[in-house]
Design a protein around this ligand. Sequence first.
Ligand code: NAD
Ligand code: ZN
Length: 353
Amino acid sequence: MKGYAMLGIGKTGWIEKERPACGPLDAICRPIAVAPCTSDVHTVWEGAIGERSDMILGHEAVGEVVEVGNMVKDFKPGDKVLIPAITPDWSSLEAQDGYPMHSGGMLGGWKFSNFKDGVFGEFFHVNDADGNLALLPDGVDPADACMLSDMVPTGFHGSELAQVEFGDTVCVVGIGPVGLMGVAGAALRGASYIYAVGSRPDCVRIAKEYGATDIINYKDGDIAQQVLEKTNGRGVDKVITAGGGTEVIETAVKMLKPGGRIGNINYFGGEDYLRIPRAEWGVGMGHKVIVGGLMPAGRLRMQKLASLLVTKRLDTSKLLTHRFEGFDKIEEALMLMKEKPSNLIKPVVLINW
Ligand code: NAD
Ligand code: ZN
């Protein structure tokens, strides 16, 4: 089979591989909609997870099941399914402990395009099919549903980590596709003021459509200072960090009120340490909580997220600024993600076999 792969740090290309084998609990799927991710760019061009050779990329897909193992109960060939970016081993101790995304070790649920071939192949393997797959609901567009693999669960996890509650004031730092889902998630959880930090016109417009009440532009001065001014010096209840480098944690601490929470969903590359500003962290006693997490997945979670598309409480089509047709277009879509033209939010590739 053919797949679009990381050949080494900074190098990608089409390769031929054996079709993956299906274990008793697993499924083999082929993609019908896939999307490249900022994480693929971090992985290939920043070497963020280290060297990989001939590893098929991609972790965001809607697919069709072509084969299941003999112990799989609830899926069969021909089913159209949602495939989460994170596919834990649900019988692991970490999953039983409430952290399935870390099954088998830190970040161990992140298997596609990390420890094994991803979804940019003609076929791909899904471990623990009954635990990880979910049926694509009737009437939901596969391109829209493809945003349920990673953008929605990750962005929403920002507001879960920050524990956004009714009436909270929330700042979302970074409004790429993940941050935009952070805005949408905070709005759905009942935030009152949502300050979205960003400058690209399309992202700003869509952030407002998803519920941002105010836009903070870094070109107008220090971000934390602007948020403090808007909150009469009090700071926000919650911050979701979904863009920028390691300095965003420092920024977030500065704009947070005592007792507030920061939910980080960034994937930090580059520097080895994050800095916490001592004074704004209450010289160690400010009750400002910082928590970061990899998206939760699993069949139930995916079904629940999909029901937000069915009931039209969430419209992911606003994220899809660039559409491609055909498996061969995966390369073009990934290169677009790498180049990031200013009107790009998320490309999607639809595949009709
Ligand atoms: P993106 O690059 O499209 O969006 C980030 C946005 O933040 C950009 O618009 C950028 O201009 C902006 N930005 C950069 N520096 C900033 C700053 N200092 N202040 C405010 N905004 C700033 O990326 P994305 O696809 O939206 O993903 C966001 C982050 O989430 C990435 O780090 C990605 O790797 C990570 N991610 C995490 C998970 C997870 O499970 N936790 C999953 C997917 C992606
Ligand atoms: Zn992704």
